[in-house]
Write a protein that binds this ligand. Structure first.
Ligand code: NAD
Length: 485
């Protein structure tokens, strides 16, 4: 059976592209999940125009109407979690349980923002001057470009599109090239839930081709981007002259501190799940373990044992702990960094190609032991199942090593000492801090985001979303102003 063709969706209509791109299953490269018809720059421009045309009407809907659309969409996403989870695992390569959980989360996010649409976001207060009334209202920003990476193909788009629509904005959405099918299904579901044509447009196209239109076209009022630091930085530079609002969530280099006071079993589980969950392809992955001297050797020994039992295989296979790397390019990056760590003197446990489990990009989890702060493996994002270990003297040195990261998205500590945990929560430089938990794994109803190179602009998700997806307006009314006739 030939794979189905996915197109862009502009103003409610499917639009063919100028080039076909196969959507390949990384667990089995002979399996073509779909074919994406890739848009050119003119389709991207039409999508921006369609979103601009739909904006006044959508911005004028009641919160109840917007809430109802998002709630219906969330219900369908959750109802189809088995099928969409299978699709996501097939096209991205995270395990089916991980993929299904991501789908459910996307549905929950849609429902959460259905609720947010109905909440009060304004203020009415007395002026500091006698008799004057002040109001602060939150208005939609306008047309929002949503640009997303491949590693959370449905949850990240949901946590950007849902608040954008909830607050009355219209959207042009460009997913990553590697995951068009999950994106297409999400857009289809939200559109069928009752959105007017043009309020949510999908552009399947290469970042280098359609990206500049979606970031610099005059009709674009805001850009919410998740992806790598270099791409994000480029967008920031390009938008200086347009003045569009920009929100960037970028790479992470996330330390997990394991102290002498840690519960070893908890620490190993945090490092395994945080480092190798979703094949280590998470911005919040626990990519560095900083272990104090008294626990270091026991930690490495326990990790080695746990890693040898870690099942690598087809993302949709039963009992599989870790699916394949997403594509040959990322696999090459992972293998390069393993050699870079070795070249700097590390002993690398695991990190070999896994044979005999299928025609996919399989890599065993890698633990690089004997690395130092400042080594490339500890300074640059790998974005694969590669965890490095830094041994330090004590907690104070561990905190210093953890704070050496420049991509301060998430940081964690494993300890049974309340004093260490409290100190770390207070003094970590990261935007999110986890105690006795992996650095990955976050809630959708609270702010999400990093510090340093990892983030730019207002936080995403939860109570923070209102900052980016609305523009505040403050009004002053003089005493005795005429009332409406
Ligand atoms: P990427 O930067 O290569 O691509 C991200 C998106 O940008 C894709 O849709 C891509 O097509 C698009 N793009 C490429 N060039 C563009 C351009 N010139 N203009 C506009 N858009 C363009 O990132 P990726 O490889 O898809 O994802 C991996 C990266 O994402 C990692 O660095 C990871 O840490 C990061 N990430 C961050 C978070 C977070 O919340 N901080 C979450 C997930 C992933």
């Amino acid at each position: 059976m030939s794979a189905r063709t996915l197109t862009s969706v502009v103003g409610g209509e499917r639009v063919d592209g100028s080039e076909d791109r196969p959507d390949i299953n990384p667990s089995d490269v002979t399996d073509v999940v779909a074919v994406a018809s890739m848009a050119d720059a003119s389709t991207a421009a039409q999508a921006v125009e369609a979103a601009a045309g739909a904006f006044p009407a959508w911005a004028g809907t009641t919160p109840w109407e917007r809430s109802a659309v998002l709630d219906r969409a969330g219900t369908e996403v959750i109802a189809r979690a088995d099928e969409l989870g299978d699709l996501l695992a097939r096209e991205e390569g995270k395990t089916y349980p991980e993929a299904r959980a991501e789908v459910v989360r996307a549905g929950q996010i849609l429902k959460y923002f259905a609720g947010v649409a109905l909440q009060p976001h304004g203020l009415a207060l007395d002026s500091v001057r006698p008799g004057i009334e002040v109001t602060v209202v939150r208005e939609p920003v306008g047309v929002v470009s949503v640009i997303t990476p491949w590693n959370f193909p449905i949850a990240i788009p949901a946590w950007k599109i849902a608040p954008a629509l909830a607050f009355g904005n219209t959207v042009v959405f460009k997913p990553a090239d590697l995951v068009p099918a999950s994106a297409w299904e999400l857009v289809d579901i939200i559109n069928r839930a009752g959105l007017p044509a043009g309020a949510l447009n999908l552009v399947l196209g290469r970042g280098s081709v359609v990206g500049p239109v979606l970031t610099t076209a005059p009709g674009v009022d805001a850009i919410t981007f998740t992806g790598s630091v270099p791409t994000g930085r480029g967008i920031l530079a390009d938008t200086v002259s347009t003045g569009a609002k920009v929100q960037l969530e970028l790479g992470g280099k996330n330390p997990l501190v394991v102290t002498d006071r840690a519960d070893l079993a908890v620490a190993v589980e945090c490092a395994m799940q945080g480092g190798f969950g979703s094949t280590g392809q998470r911005c919040t992955a626990s990519s560095i373990v900083v272990a104090t001297r008294g626990v270091h050797d026991a930690f490495v020994e326990a990790m080695t044992a746990r890693m040898s039992a870690w099942q690598v295989g087809d993302a949709r296979g039963a009992g599989v702990d870790m699916g394949p790397v997403v594509d040959p390019g990322q696999l090459g990056v992972d293998l390069d960094y393993i050699e870079i760590a070795r070249g700097a003197g590390a002993e690398v446990i695991g990190g070999h190609r896994v044979e005999g489990v299928g025609d996919g990009h399989y890599l065993a989890p890698a633990l690089a032991v004997g690395t130092r702060v400042g080594d490339r493996i500890n300074a640059e994002e790998v974005f694969g199942p590669v965890v490095s270990v830094i041994e330090v003297d004590d907690y104070a040195a561990a905190l210093e090593a953890a704070n050496a990261s420049t991509m301060n998205l998430s940081a964690g500590i494993c300890t049974t000492s309340l004093a260490e945990a409290a100190h770390f929560r207070r003094h970590s430089k990261a935007g999110m801090v986890m105690v006795n938990l992996p650095t990955a794994g976050v809630d959708f109803h609270v702010p999400f985001g990093g510090r340093g190179e990892s983030s730019h602009g207002p936080r995403e998700q939860g109570t923070a979303a209102v900052e980016f997806f609305t523009s505040s307006k403050t009004t002053y009314t003089a005493p005795g102003s005429p009332s409406v006739a």
